[in-house]
Design a protein around this ligand. Structure first.
Ligand code: CP
Length: 324
């Protein structure tokens, strides 16, 4: 059962998936994020709009970028921020996720930012929290990573303009990638010239997924004349058996982005990667750190996107608490 992500007034309350957002809602968040990037090279300006609200980061799976940027985003908007150390929390003693949530809700947490390795956990929490409380999905199994999808399309737009004119190649472990899923959902609404999925057959999604995308099992033809090339990590933690994981050297030989292979893409193509990267496997350092790489800009744009999403849901919190 899907969760309704807007409140009765149409304000964003939860962000669990990009699949249910329409083009106008996506553009609205993206333009809001862009305003936080108005001073290139500088951190987004501080704001006090989340003053008096509490954001809890609950990462039940490892993270560097998403966790740090949600924390910094909430602090830049003047929220009180709680980063629960999951390994030191009572979940390690067997407490259920919902008991953890209800405990923190009793301490007046207003916005939960949740990453979990299991499908459905953010939505399950969203269904049970108090009416004023919001839930933001910070990465859910191989299903959804909505703020990553937003920061990825924002990065494409900032470099290349309207995505509906672009040839975009996503290379690698698409089958296990919540990043690819969320990018697909955003691009489906915003438009894409051509979306190519490039990788070995065993890492392709099911045939009824990514409707409209072109599949290619050869890197050179898959990235030919692409405007955007996005490499993905082999998600070893999501393979059912260790024996199913492709050999890293062979994978690099066939699908690793190298300078030589990038010559097949357009000369001004940008190279993206959501991180964390496995250098020498899906991408060479010469490409990751090279002139076409926008990987660090993706990280910077992620902070702005997360500020925009927090700024959106805070309106629901204020209204539901009778403060609007
Ligand atoms: N892209 C991404 O989600 O990175 P982290 O796992 O470091 O948060």
């Amino acid at each position: 059962m899907q969760i309704r992500q807007t409140d009765e007034q149409g304000r964003l309350r939860h962000l669990i998936t990009l699949e249910d957002l329409d083009r106008e809602q996506l553009e609205s968040i993206l333009r809001h994020a862009e305003r936080y990037l108005s001073q290139p090279g500088k951190p987004p300006p501080r704001d006090t709009i989340l003053s008096g609200q509490t954001v809890a980061n609950l990462f039940f799976e490892a993270s560097t970028r998403t966790r740090a940027s949600f924390e910094l985003a909430a602090k830049r908007l003047s929220a009180d921020v709680l980063n629960l150390d999951v390994n030191m929390s009572s979940r390690a003693k067997g407490e259920s996720v919902m008991d953890t949530i209800f405990t923190l809700q009793a301490m007046h947490v207003d916005i939960f930012v949740v990453r979990d390795a299991s499908t459905g956990v953010p939505a399950m929490i969203a269904r049970q929290v108090a009416p004023h409380v919001c839930v933001l999905n910070a990465g859910e199994s191989d299903v959804s990573h909505p703020t990553q999808g937003l920061l990825d399309v924002l990065t494409m737009q900032l470099h290349k303009g309207d995505t509906s004119a672009l040839r975009i190649a996503i290379v690698g472990d698409i089958r296990h990638s919540r990043v690819a899923n969320s990018a697909y959902h955003a691009l489906s609404k915003l438009g894409v010239g051509e979306l190519r999925l490039v990788g070995p057959p065993e890492l392709m999604p099911e045939s009824d997924e990514f409707v409209g995308a072109v599949r290619d099992t050869t890197l050179d033809s898959g990235i030919r004349d692409a405007d955007v090339v996005m490499a993905l990590r082999l998600q070893k933690e999501r393979f059912a058996q260790l024996s199913d994981i492709p050999d890293s050297q062979e994978y690099h030989r066939r699908y690793g982005l190298t300078q030589a292979r990038m010559a097949a893409a357009k000369p001004d193509a940008i190279v993206m990667h959501p991180g964390p990267m496995n250098r020498g496997v899906e991408i060479d350092s010469s490409v990751a750190d090279g002139p076409q790489s926008v990987i660090r800009e993706q990280v910077a744009n992620g902070l702005a996107v997360r500020m925009a999403v927090l700024a959106r849901v805070h309106e629901h919190v204020r209204s539901a608490r009778g403060e609007a």
